[in-house]
Design a protein around this ligand. Structure first.
Ligand SMILES: [Ca+2]
Ligand SMILES: [Ca+2]
Length: 263
């Protein structure tokens, strides 16, 4: 009986010994290098942006190959309950050494927009709100269905609480084009969608020498404006799951180039 007990205890003793060894190794590793904050201490939603080999011409031309793939896509924006936003809304990002490119897709049955002056109250029109972070600053850009831009440099962090102090004299230098499928400010007919293509100079947000691995805190949201109707809102990178663009080394060439390269 005692022999049988001893035999059963051996695996337990061995496990304890191995466990103790693991603790020693773990402690030694912790002591060897200074502690760094682990990524999962802050709940980031990473958005991996492919690089483009040539600058994207900003013209909102339909079917452009460089935006065809789902790489660098937020997927459908989420509403406050975590469900996919209705109407469908999505953003994609690309980069080169000088520029961050955005493609903002808005499904929309009723296109509403009237603000045409830069830094005007763009958010009351059908629009996107983009937040980019760098160092201690937050750069906020609103861009509307009319292509009107309101931009400001603020205190705060991308996707966090509403910024307290903003300086609207800051200019992003963003180049914007909009493709609209529908009639503006006319209720009763069925509109379909509008798409913003946008280039933001990285130097305007203090990023020089961008390279693979560069990270930019990022949030984007949209509230659909309807004539007298409810405002459906959705976002990416806002609240508990902050967003962050990561510049990938892989180059996005688009399907046309890929086809041309085949024998
Ligand atoms: Ca401004
Ligand atoms: Ca709308």
């Amino acid at each position: 009986m005692s022999l049988a007990l001893s035999a059963r205890r051996w695996p337990l003793v061995a496990a304890l010994a191995i466990g103790a060894g693991s603790v020693v190794v773990f402690v030694a590793r912790r002591a060897a290098s200074p502690r760094e904050a682990t990524r999962d201490e802050h709940p980031f939603a990473e958005l991996h942006a492919p690089r483009v080999a040539e600058p994207i011409s900003i013209d909102a031309e339909e079917g452009k190959g460089v935006w065809a793939s789902e790489r660098g896509s937020t997927g459908i924006f989420k509403d406050a309950s975590g469900a996919g936003m209705v109407p469908y809304t999505e953003a994609k990002v690309r980069w080169d050494e000088r520029t961050l490119y955005l493609w903002l897709y808005a499904g929309d049955l009723d296109l509403e927009g009237s603000v045409t002056e830069a830094d005007g109250p763009v958010a009351r029109d059908d629009s996107f709100h983009v937040e980019l972070g760098h160092e201690q600053s937050l750069y906020a850009l609103d861009v509307s269905v009319l292509g009107t831009v309101s931009d400001a440099k603020c205190d705060g962090s991308a996707g966090g609480k509403a910024p307290i102090a903003c300086d609207p004299s800051w200019k992003s230098g963003a180049v914007v084009a909009v493709d609209r499928d529908g009639t503006l400010n006319k209720v009763g007919d069925n509109d379909e969608e509008w798409i913003v293509e946008m280039a933001v100079p990285l130097s305007s947000i203090g990023i020089l020498g961008a390279k693979a691995g560069t990270r930019i805190p990022f949030a984007v949201r949209r509230c659909d404006v309807g004539k007298g109707g409810p405002r459906a809102c959705g976002s990416f990178g806002v609240g508990a799951l902050r967003g962050e663009i990561v510049f990938d080394a892989a180059v996005e060439r688009g399907p046309r180039v890929a086809r041309a390269a085949q024998p």
